[in-house]
Design a protein around this ligand. Sequence first.
Ligand code: ASP
Length: 323
Amino acid sequence: MRRLLLIGTGGTIAATADAHRLTDYQVTEGIESMLAAIPGARSLADIRCEQPFNVDSRALRTAQVLQLARRVHQAAQDDTLDGIVITHGTDSLEETAFLLHLTVRTAKPIVLVGAMRPASAPSADGPLNLINALLTARDPSSVGRGVLIAMNDRILTARHASKGHTTRVDAFGGDGQGVLGAVCDGQVRYQQHPDPSTAAALPLSGLRSLPAVDIIHDYQDAPLHPYQAAIQAGARGIVVAGMGNGSLSPAAGRGCAQALRKGLICVRASHVPRGPVTDKASDADTGLLAAHDLNPLQARIALRLALAHGMDRDAIGVLLRRL
Ligand code: ASP
């Protein structure tokens, strides 16, 4: 029997609401009781449960995510475990998954799972999602596929997954390489292998905190003050969720110029959901870096880790192109 560590962290999958409500829920369920409530789940593997915290993922702090990453790293080195499943709120699941992707090196399956509907809802999606996550983590074909997300029968790579719908059970998708496979009637089937070259590019190496990096959304006639506030608050970097191919409004351009003069790193990303942000000839003069294939959330996580590793602007530019 495969030996799995099941880490409960909270989210809608662990929440209950009044009657049939899909919102206004509270995180009420611990990981042991969630598992016990799903017939047959316990017998899928030799499952060890842990509950470092039990919160709505919108409230997660960096210290908690780093604590989780350290535990996952440790479990990945543990010869008595074959895989790890993490239950997590869907609101920031992609952020935790991407941080784990960048920090943890292991061939063992690491599978994050959540639910769009609370455990008390009619047609709650959590129980089947959790079963599929356990099936994915115990399946030998998941070995070496990196950090995965099991949601709504699909298996996605943490590198390319994002939440693309506010309420539907098929909320998670991934552009291009995102969807690696599916769990169909209890069988795990993969259609593609993720590119392993970006995994564990920025190992944890004892990191206890991460520098502040702010994301600033750009739009028509945007103001300057968010940039000034970020500089004043001591941010070490700014990711602009820019327009189109990472183009910036005049205020965003001015704000980044001010930030760069103060020594911050500024990255041009895009709030457009699909497609890369490509290099511009003017980046050499402005000092801005293109986010390439990273969306604003991912660019922020990569930049925080890179700064924590002491990387300078040039090294971060190379890193962003590689990720
Ligand atoms: N607010 C919830 C959370 O992220 C949403 C969910 O899990 O679907 O914890």
